[in-house]
Structure formats: C-alpha cells, structure tokens
Design a protein around this ligand. Structure first.
Ligand code: SF4
Length: 387
C-alpha cells in the first residue's frame, strides 16, 4: 500500500513536470492527447474520442517568461504568457488538439493566436452556453459537443459510439465522486487534509489518465484516515476567485500556515463545475448537455440570471462549508473574478461574514504580505469573530 508521503510526492512530481513526461507515459500505444485551458471543457467528450484530456495551467512560478510577454499587454494576467512560453518551448508538442473555453477575452484571444501559431493543430474555441434554457442553451451545447466529438474522433482516428460516451461518463462520474469525497473530508476534518496536498492531487488529476487519478486519490483518502490527526486551533476560510490562473503553491501553504484552514475553494474549478452524477441511460450527449445546463455550480465565468444570485452565493457557500470567513484571492487583472468581487463581497458583508481580499500572480514569489494579512484575519476571527 502506498503511503500518504509517496502519493503526495507522486502528485508533486506531476505538478512540477512541465515537460509532461508523466502525462505522456499515461498514453496507450498510439493514443492522442487534447489540451484544454481553464475553466471548463467536457472531458467526457475528449475521453470518448479516445484522447487523453490534459488540463493546461501555465508554468506557475517554475519558468521565466521571455517570449510570452511579447504576445500580451503588460497589464494582462500571467497565465496566457506562461502558456505561450511553454508552447514555444515545445512542451505541448505531444498534444494533437487544443481547446479554448469561453472563459474570458484573454483565453478567446489565445485561441486565435494558437490558430496562427500552430496551423496544423486542431484548435477549437468552445463557446459555452450562458442561457440556462434546455431548448436554447441546452440544444446549442449539445450541438457543440457533437461537433467536437466528431472533430476529435477524426484527429484520433476513432469512431466512438454512444456506449463509448456512456463509458466515459461513468469514468468521470467516479472522478467527480472522488473529488466530492476529498472536498467533504477536508471540510469535515481539515486537519487531516492540508490544502497543499489536496491541491497537488487536483493538479495531478489534470495531467494523468482519470483512472490513475482515482486510484491515487482513493489511496490518499485511505492513508489520511488511518493517521492520528493533529488538530490545530485555526479559522475556517473559503478561498474565492482562484478558478483560472492558479495561485503559487507557496501562497496556499502560506494561508494555512498563517492560521487558517481552507475548507472550500475554487482551485481547478472545472473538474467540479458539474455537481451531479450524469445519467447514462438515453442519449449520453444530451445528458452531458442537460447536466451542464441544469447542474453547473455558480461561478464568475458563467452568466447568473438571478440579479441577487451573486449576493446570496457567499452566504450559501459559507454555510455549506461551515466557514468563519472568506478570502477573496484572484489573479491580478482577472476580469471575471475581479468584476464579480464587489457583488460577492457585498453579499458576504451583508451577512456579517468576515472577508479580506488580495491579488496574486502565478509566479508571485514573496508571501510575507499574505502571511501577515491571513494571520491577522485568522486572529481577528478567533478574537472577535471578524474584522
Ligand atoms: S486569469 Fe482571469 S483574465 Fe486571465 S485568462 Fe484566466 S479568467 Fe481570463
């Protein structure tokens, strides 16, 4: 049986593997791979086409940006620069397709750049539906996924049947279940599951085949529940806004070491965007579409039709996670996160939920300021129930 340390070491090696060697080892003979940018892409469709879905999250704090800066204005977030840097360094040469979801203008523009830079690659801008009406957004998204499945199958040289799509749904239902188990375990006993370790597992899950992730995540859960926990007197917080460009690992560690337990977050949010198990009876592509339309979690990258929905959201999340406070942490110049922040914060403050806010970049290297801010926040919650 693998120990907790062995599993975390494996996850860390996946996270640090910017050459994607571990990912390439997961490919069966002749199998192809499709990359996708944050936040959400239908992994079931990529998988059903016979390809390995690979989440692309930039280079974090591990690479120096030389060419990437030339493609974007200096004020734009960091993620697209490091993605371009990795591409120009040949790190994505093993990918046979690249998908760009309609997360924001930056990622939309990146899809156009990709078509110019890599004309021989299959590149697709995934226009996610924002109208939550099955006959409109649902029908549109179903059509988009059928087109995507046909195109990826052509790239992969496969002919997937409905049963292949059903089999992929079953695999990703299990991924969703193990993610729920990880998140529920951390919420209930955050002293057992440091967010640094959970985060490393999430990152590994983006770059290996789903069954390998499921096996490691299940083994991790078994291992942590066999250990004697060391419970610390910390404040319970939710980290909101880090759904696309990811914070450096040091920042996640810093928040917890400063006296907070992270009990919910938005890290790698696309893997949990659909909250339910997806049924496999009937038309599987229709089912995928219905799940997206009817069961997507609320997020800044999807339209919220209820004008009061965003104001209610923080209270709902804090209640569900039994959180004492909220840390709004977004990438610098992240439009979706920062445009939502005033509404989300107003909703939190109207419900007397203590909040602090800061911005980061994936390559931020100094954490002292965050340590002081998070430490003071945690102390103030403990002493006075808020700031
Ligand atoms: S960090 Fe924000 S602005 Fe930048 S690519 Fe992601 S969603 Fe878009």
């Amino acid at each position: 049986m693998r120990s907790r340390a062995e599993i975390v070491d494996w996850a860390r090696s996946c996270y640090e593997d910017l050459d994607f060697l571990i990912t390439q080892q997961c490919l069966d003979d002749g199998q192809k791979a499709a990359g996708f940018l944050p936040v959400y892409a239908p992994r079931e469709i990529i998988h059903a086409a016979g390809m390995l879905p690979v989440g692309i999250y930039g280079g974090g704090d591990q690479i120096e940006i030389i060419r990437g800066d030339a493609y974007y204005q200096s004020y734009i977030c960091h993620l697209p620069r490091s993605v371009i840097e990795l591409a120009h360094s040949g790190k994505f040469d093993f990918l046979d397709a690249m998908l760009f979801p309609s997360t924001c203008d930056v990622i939309r523009n990146l899809s156009g750049m990709w078509q110019v830079m890599f004309p021989d690659l299959y590149v697709r801008y995934l226009d996610l539906p924002h109208v939550r009406e099955p006959s409109l957004g649902g029908a549109f998204w179903e059509g988009e996924m059928r087109t995507l499945l046909a195109a990826l199958s052509e790239v992969a040289g496969t002919k997937p049947s409905d049963d292949d799509v059903r089999a992929s749904i079953v695999v990703y239902n299990e991924v969703r279940q193990v993610l729920r188990d990880l998140y529920n375990s951390r919420r209930d006993e955050p002293w057992r599951i440091p967010s640094e370790e959970l985060y490393l597992l999430l990152r590994a899950g983006e770059v290996v085949d789903p069954q390998t992730f499921i096996d490691h995540a299940r083994a991790y859960l078994r291992a942590v529940h066999q250990e004697e926990p060391h419970i610390k007197d910390r404040s319970r917080v939710i980290v909101v806004g880090a759904f696309c460009e990811q914070p450096p690992l040091g920042l996640i560690k810093t928040i917890e070491r400063a006296g907070c337990y992270i009990v919910d977050d938005d890290f790698i949010f696309g893997n949990r965007l659909i909250s339910c198990d997806i049924p496999i009876d009937g038309d599987p592509v229709k089912n995928l579409s219905a799940a997206f339309i009817g069961h997507s979690e609320k997020t800044s990258v999807l339209y919220e039709p209820d004008p009061k929905g965003k104001k209610r959201l923080m209270k709902e999340r804090a209640t569900a996670a039994r959180a004492d406070g909220i840390i709004f942490a977004a990438a610098s110049f992240c439009d979706p996160a920062l445009l939502d922040r005033p509404m989300l914060r107003a909703g939190a403050e109207a419900n007397s939920i203590p909040c602090i806010a800061f911005k980061y970049s994936e390559n931020t290297g100094q954490f002292q300021q965050f340590r002081e801010q998070a430490g003071t926040f945690s102390d103030s919650i403990k002493l006075w129930g808020g700031v």
